[in-house]
Design a protein around this ligand. Structure first.
Ligand code: AMP
Length: 559
């Protein structure tokens, strides 16, 4: 099989020849004839490295009209690196075609240059979702004439929390003739998106595709509510080489835990909604270059961050929203590496793990919270490995050997080792000498029993849901205790329930206890808030800006 045989035109073959592509790869062979039709939807289940960029890049170049200087094709991908890489390859393919422009649009860099590039007249836009939405909102890009939309590494985009953005893009490309989706895995969320926005797509699988991300080991640790912090610390200590992200539900938790751990000597910082862009970039920069070993973040703040090589994700608490779990865990186990997602749970919450298991289509493993002794042993082995692997070839240590030998003449090798170990370990040994058992023992059965009761309560709760403005979804509190606030933000703004609640709490510096029921619609929402706190929330939100839009919040019942 040749590129010519697949229908690729001569100018493009000149380029592929120049690149040394002799035979098309499997995905190219299967995708190119379908994509060249220009009207068929396509799902390609293929990993990076299979040649998928050329599989969609060559047909795109052949289909677009070079003499029309407006965006006709849109490639959406999860990261800045991938975005640049795709553009680089398309640039190579278009070498022998005149008048075609491609632009890369991604966050974390000046938007004005990108706006200028688009204005110059481009046919192909390669973008990360966040920046693209930004450009749409600034009216710097017009998707009206887009005919082809490519979603590359769709599973990664969903893992990174871009689902709403993707749907927004698909909803706002009215002239879309064909949608091509590439993904390494096929989780249910992608299936749902494809069902909703694609017409009888041709589906092609290259290699083995798993349903979820099997490279993540999902672990959980059961403790009591007041021992969450100690458990977190112990899990960190038990994983000395950890490079991880800890997720909390609220900004206050993220900040508080980061401060406490910093005081106790950990390299950690927090990422939350209150940081300015400059502060955020600084924290992210330090985390990327590994000056920070740990990052603690709320879901909203962590949206879209892309860091390679994360070894662990820790859920300080399980998220309220199931899908958020996938977004969190998807930060690890990427690009062919394996990762661990650990959840610290209360005995009462263990029943929720079954639902999560079903969703990620992978088992959750229960692990004992390590004892103090376990931690010391683990740290000790890690230290010994580090000691043995220390590179002594560079420094001029030979010259010091006689001096060292003289000074240590009376000390045995065992003693030297003991002293070195003591220097490193005193902190741990002292801290963990009498460390208590943090495992919540024998409570899981109670958890399950309680679940059955709470299941019944939930049914009752659901009945309550049908009567607006009454009671609170949890227990206690009557409608008189709550004010029902209207706010002009909704799912259209990219929120889902949990992220929205966190947003209002973060903005108003209130605790989640003040919240009652929430009712979200596409454009507006209604939140029940403890009457005593309602004023503070309205003051904090009303009149503020969200993505360039003015927020309106007021008491729904007094309107
Ligand atoms: P991708 O999966 O798009 O990241 O491509 C992986 C690598 O394979 C890239 O470096 C491409 O340059 C290369 N490649 C793509 N198609 C071919 C081909 N038909 N023959 C040889 N190399 C290819």
């Amino acid at each position: 099989m040749t590129f010519e045989g697949l229908g690729i035109d001569a100018r493009l073959i000149q380029a592929t020849d120049a690149l040394g592509y002799v035979t098309p790869t499997t995905i190219q062979e299967k995708a190119i004839p379908v994509l060249l039709s220009g009207t068929k939807d396509f799902i390609g289940l293929a990993q990076t490295g299979t040649g998928k960029t050329a599989a969609f890049g060559l047909p795109l170049l052949q289909l677009i009209k070079a003499d029309s200087k407006f965006p006709q094709a849109l490639v959406v991908c999860p990261t800045r690196e991938l975005c640049m890489q795709i553009v680089k390859e398309i640039e190579l393919f278009k070498k022998y075609i005149k008048g075609v422009n491609v632009v890369a649009v991604y966050g974390g860099t000046s938007i004005s240059m990108q706006v200028r590039d688009i204005k110059r007249g481009v046919q192909i836009v390669v973008a990360t979702p966040g920046r693209l939405i930004d450009l749409i909102e600034r009216k710097a890009i017009n998707l009206e004439q887009i005919e082809y939309v490519v979603l590359d590494e769709a599973d990664e985009m969903l893992n990174m929390g871009f689902q709403d953005d993707i749907e927004f893009i698909l909803q706002n490309t009215p002239k879309r003739e064909a949608t091509w989706l590439f993904s390494a895995t096929m989780p249910t969320e992608i299936r749902r998106v494809s069902k909703k926005y694609m017409k009888s797509p041709v589906e092609v699988t290259v290699g083995v595709v798993n349903a979820g991300n099997k490279s993540i080991d999902h672990q959980y640790y059961v403790t009591t509510a007041h021992q969450r912090y100690d458990t977190l610390k112990r899990l960190i200590d038990f994983n000395p080489g950890i490079y991880g992200i800890i997720f909390t539900r609220t900004k206050l938790d993220a900040q508080g835990i980061a401060e406490r751990l910093t005081r106790e000597g950990y390299d950690i910082d927090a990422l939350h909604g209150d940081l300015t862009q400059v502060q955020r970039d600084k924290v992210m920069g330090q985390f990327r270059d590994k000056t920070l070993q740990l990052l603690i973040a709320t879901d909203v703040a962590a949206r879209g961050i892309d860091v390679q090589g994360i070894t662990h994700v820790i859920n300080y608490e399980l998220p309220d929203d199931q899908e958020v779990y996938t977004h969190r865990s998807g930060r690890t186990g990427r690009a062919g590496k394996t990762g661990v997602c650990m959840s610290i749970v209360h005995a009462r919450e263990t029943y929720r793990l079954r639902t999560l298991e079903k969703m990620v289509q992978a088992p959750f493993h229960k692990f004992e919270i390590p004892t103090g002794k376990d931690v010391c042993r683990k740290q000790f082995f890690y230290f010994m490995d580090k000691l043995l692997q220390t590179d002594i070839s560079h420094g001029n240590y030979e010259t010091y050997v006689p001096m060292l030998q003289e000074r240590f003449a009376e000390v045995s090798k065992e003693d030297v080792l003991k002293r070195v170990a003591a220097m490193e370990f005193d902190r741990f040994l002292k801290y963990y000498e009498n460390a208590e058992d943090l495992n919540a023992r024998g409570n899981e059965r109670a958890g399950r029993e309680r679940r059955e009761v709470s299941g019944r309560e939930q049914t009752r709760g659901a009945q309550r849901e049908e009567r607006p403005q009454r009671g609170r979804s949890g227990s206690g509190g009557s409608s008189e205790d709550f004010a029902r606030l209207f706010v002009n933000l909704g799912t259209k703004d990219g929120f889902y329930k949990a992220s929205f609640l966190q947003f209002v709490l973060d903005m108003s510096d209130l605790k989640k206890e003040v919240l009652g029921k929430i009712d979200m619609k596409e454009m507006n929402s209604w939140v029940e808030v403890d009457r005593k706190a309602a004023g503070q929330m309205i003051k904090a939100l009303d009149g503020k800006n969200y993505k360039g839009r003015r927020i309106r919040m007021n008491d729904a019942n007094s309107r």
